[in-house]
Design a protein around this ligand. Sequence first.
Ligand code: PLP
Length: 395
Amino acid sequence: MSKEKSEFLDVDPNFATKAIHVGSEPEQWHSWAMVPPISMATTFKQMSLDNSKGYEYGRLDNPSRAVLQKCLAALDEAKYGLCFASGLGAMTALVSLFNSGDHVVCGDDIYGGTNELLREVVSRLGIEISYVNTTDVANIAKAIKPNTKLIYCETPTNPTLKVTDLRKVAELAKSKNILTAVDNTFLTSYFQRPLNLGIDVVLYSLTKYMNGHSDAMMGALVTSNEEIYKRLKILQNAMGIVPSPFDCAMVTRGLKTLAVRMREHMSNALKVGQFLEKHPAVEKVLHPGLPSHPQYELTKSQTSGHSGMLSFYLKGGLEESRKFFKAIKIFALAASLGGVESLAELPTLGAHLHVPAKQKAEQGITDNLIRLSVGIESIDDLLEDLDQALKAATS
Ligand SMILES: Cc1ncc(COP(=O)(O)O)c(C=O)c1O
């Protein structure tokens, strides 16, 4: 398999091949099945008291999970992948690496559920968290304390699509011996590979694009750091946050079409973004692939494309937003993202409902901020749907 380029502007030329074949090699199964059999077993016969065939108990490890973990690692050009019962399950394992008295510097614009986990659970356990705007790495530098153990961010952020310079974050963290982790759910390993930019751990909600069909819930952590991997593997088992073998098979199947799906998501979302920018009912569009985005150049330097995610400010307030959601026909008002179907949500009443009002105001999460997960339906149908809903909202 040819080596990845260190410059990150091109899509990995081997990505689609790896997504289809790595982990799924037929020769490993007695039947030589082209598609990995689902192994539902929770326990495995051992050869002797001190000799097993690699698997012992389902929570510890499982052949269907192993297939997926191998593929996930390959796609990020990492050594190790670990799957968890959800994206937040992966985050729970990640923060469990740290102890009471440790300090975390965290992006201030993160998925609402991650925000809630950090505020409601992690802070109570004595881990201190500073929320900063990571789009300026100087803010991270200022927040670092002697007990800082982790720098964590999403890029692009959910839902305001802000971009953080991952090379600079990695450089800063390495100079201070601090671990870095990035939520790469929006772009996936197809468009962005943070480990190649110097980041230590990548987090995924596989529930989104990686599975891509809105029918499995799972998360993952990917790393090449052996020590961190070993500690996370212990946590995966000890905390019991493991996915079912069936769901692992679903995500393994989803990954096989990730490259094609992401190209379609990107194409459709760019067209939607361009359309919205010209629409009289729209105040502003947030999409890192549009030249109007403040970090358009930075984005091009660290990603090879864009997902189906964008947000926009509708002209008006809550009333107009309500009318928009009532009028959409193909776009569905629904939580989540990254499936083949187009979804729309109002973050302030959806995923970010429990984020403190002050933090939402600072992030620009207002009553007229609408987030779209643009699917892979026919683009003309999507544009027509948005057009009629925007007209209904502002008439
Ligand atoms: C960016 C991001 N990270 C993490 C998560 C959490 O993932 P899960 O819902 O699989 O726990 C989500 C869920 O929406 C998300 O959007």
